[in-house]
Design a protein around this ligand. Sequence first.
Ligand code: NAP
Length: 359
Amino acid sequence: MRRFKVGILGATGMVGQRFITLLNEHPWFSVAAVAASPSSAGKTYAEAAEGRWVMEDPLSSEVAAMTVLDATADRAKIAENVDFVFSAMAMPKNETRQLEESYAKLECPVISNDSAHRFTPDVPMIIPEVNPRHAEVIPSFRKRLGITRGLIAVKSNCSLQSYLPALHPLTEYGLEKVLACTYQAISGAGKTFKSWPEMVDNVIPYISGEEEKSEVEPLKIWGTLQDGIIIPANEPAITVQCIRVPVTDGHMAAVFASFVKKPPLDEITERWNSFYGIPQALALPSAPRKFIHVFTENDRPQTRLDRGLEGGMAVSVGRLREDSQYDIKFVSLSHNTLRGAAGGGVLLAELLCAEGYIQ
Ligand code: NAP
């Protein structure tokens, strides 16, 4: 595999910083451009990120010395100098939608963390282990825009990445009804305890827009490709409550589910343990060896102990048991800025490169 030059839009933010650390020694990708808002543009990355770098790994000297570009004004220059971009900008959705599309029209593929294009019918929303075949919609997108190389592929919201992977291997039992309560880390809001002191010793029972995304996005992920668009699935019925809790990283979910045919608990454990997808089959660089890790101890998974499993790319489940109202209940956990954001984006880019969609 040849090396790809990549740009990061929103490079100074929480997810952008994760992209920079993940790409530091990536075997296929190297950072060739960093871009953010006009207020950071023109500064070196080190100046723009001063006092804001929150990653455990130090900033590499190469990226520190790069000049931050303006993601909008400099887009032609960026598109010309990179093979594709990762997008993680916090800006109004209609502006993000237009900006990402303008990169695609400049024949620059966009791998996005943003929700702006999640419901564009010919844009795939992919969890690489779950619905990699949705990439087959990309030729229709290119035809609609009259382009040959550009594309937009998006990641789903981070909250559902804590529970959808555990439900996916069980869909053959006829998943009918899901109730999930998510306990979400403050980094999901791009914050730390320093920048959000109100979160210390506190729980906030509201995350704007999150419950709507968490209830609807799984239906597109479980949807089918027909006539050049993704048609969302009709089932299961999903209801979600999303709660902000005082942890730095890691979204946990308490999940209840009912099926047409109730699966025995030992079969569920077996399906979780044996589940693997195309990223594992292709041994993509960021793929966890095992996607789902099953715990049998009553007090696992725990956020601090288990969010970093397999570089933060695995999902862990535990406390599986029968329920009195639903068929089963369990708890699951994923790292929100790794599997749920930048890591999931890098894995998606690896999939699209391996399958020839990005050349
Ligand atoms: P963040 O820490 O607030 O960072 C926002 C980034 O967007 C900064 O780089 C900022 O640049 C840039 N930006 C703001 N306005 C801009 C503009 N007009 N043009 C270009 N860049 C602009 O936010 P975040 O948590 O990294 O989230 C970024 C995106 O990823 C959001 O869409 C978010 O919903 C999504 N996401 C986040 C997570 C998570 O766990 N944090 C998970 C999944 C998805 P400046 O520094 O120049 O202001």
